[in-house]
Design a binder for this molecule. Structure first.
Ligand SMILES: O=c1[nH]cc([C@@H]2O[C@H](COP(=O)(O)O)[C@@H](O)[C@H]2O)c(=O)[nH]1
Ligand SMILES: [Mg+2]
Length: 231
């Protein structure tokens, strides 16, 4: 089958809103905590923080809504909500099939997320075997090599270096759901498949994505020179 886009040889997946259905859980937690102070956590505010590191996202929310608490206290309150919901989070449609397919064909794969280690461990707890198929996870919140979170390109460039053989950035395909992540992929010089979640406006990701899909289930590996399903 002919390629539609340049050949890629490696893949990096975003986590929240792309592999895991966590974005609705982030929303519920933020709505609950902000409402305790009579504040409304809006779609516009959510779009600003999706993909950011926990530290940055926390500061942005507290500043934007002028919450009468320190960012650290906001973070702890939100974490208390996440402890209730993250351990049973579901995978998004198409995620498991795609990851297992690429792994079967020995395509090097990593994940790169705005998450902290704490949050990543909690939300991947019931999907440990699937997440063990990635060669490495770059977690912006706690990784000493990541100087700036998405939309800066650092997390994807660090993940690329850890593949080990100094790969060409143009051969590394990013999967993202949010504007900050698409921006980061573009800044890294990497092609990007965007699957916009419920809280991402298509118009915010179209220009800098290689392709925009309604679901991971619609991704055709052969379009990027990867082995097709069934092969
Ligand atoms: O409603 C929200 N969505 C997402 C985030 C932040 O975005 C990251 C998601 O990163 P990614 O999509 O890169 O996995 C989360 O770890 C969190 O820090 C947030 O604060 N609030
Ligand atoms: Mg995401």
């Amino acid at each position: 089958m002919a390629k539609r886009f340049p050949q890629v040889t490696k893949v990096i997946f975003d986590v929240d809103g792309l592999l895991l259905d966590t974005e609705r859980l982030y929303l519920l937690a933020a709505l609950k905590v902000c409402s305790e102070y009579g504040k409304k956590y809006t779609r516009e505010l959510k779009a600003k923080v999706m993909g950011k590191s926990e530290k940055e996202a926390t500061r942005i929310v507290v500043d934007y809504l002028q919450l009468p608490i320190q960012p650290e206290e906001y973070k702890e309150k939100v974490r208390a909500e996440h402890m209730k919901t993250f351990p049973s989070v579901a995978l998004l449609p198409g995620a498991e099939t795609l990851v297992r397919h690429l792994h079967k064909h020995n395509i090097p794969m990593a994940v790169a997320s705005g998450s902290s280690n704490w949050s990543y461990n909690l939300k991947t707890a019931s999907h440990k075997e699937l997440f063990s198929l990635f060669s490495h996870a770059v977690l912006c919140g706690d990784d000493p090599d990541v100087k700036a979170g998405k939309p800066h390109p650092d997390c994807f460039l660090v993940a690329a270096r850890r593949f080990g053989d100094n790969p060409d950035v143009k051969e590394i395909l990013i999967f993202e759901d949010a504007p900050n992540g698409v921006e980061a992929a573009s800044a890294a010089g990497m092609p990007c498949v965007c699957v916009p979640g419920e809280w991402t406006d298509r118009s915010d990701v179209t220009a800098k994505s290689t392709i925009v899909l309604d679901s991971l289930e619609l991704f055709r590996p052969e379009d990027f020179g990867l082995p097709s399903y069934g092969s």
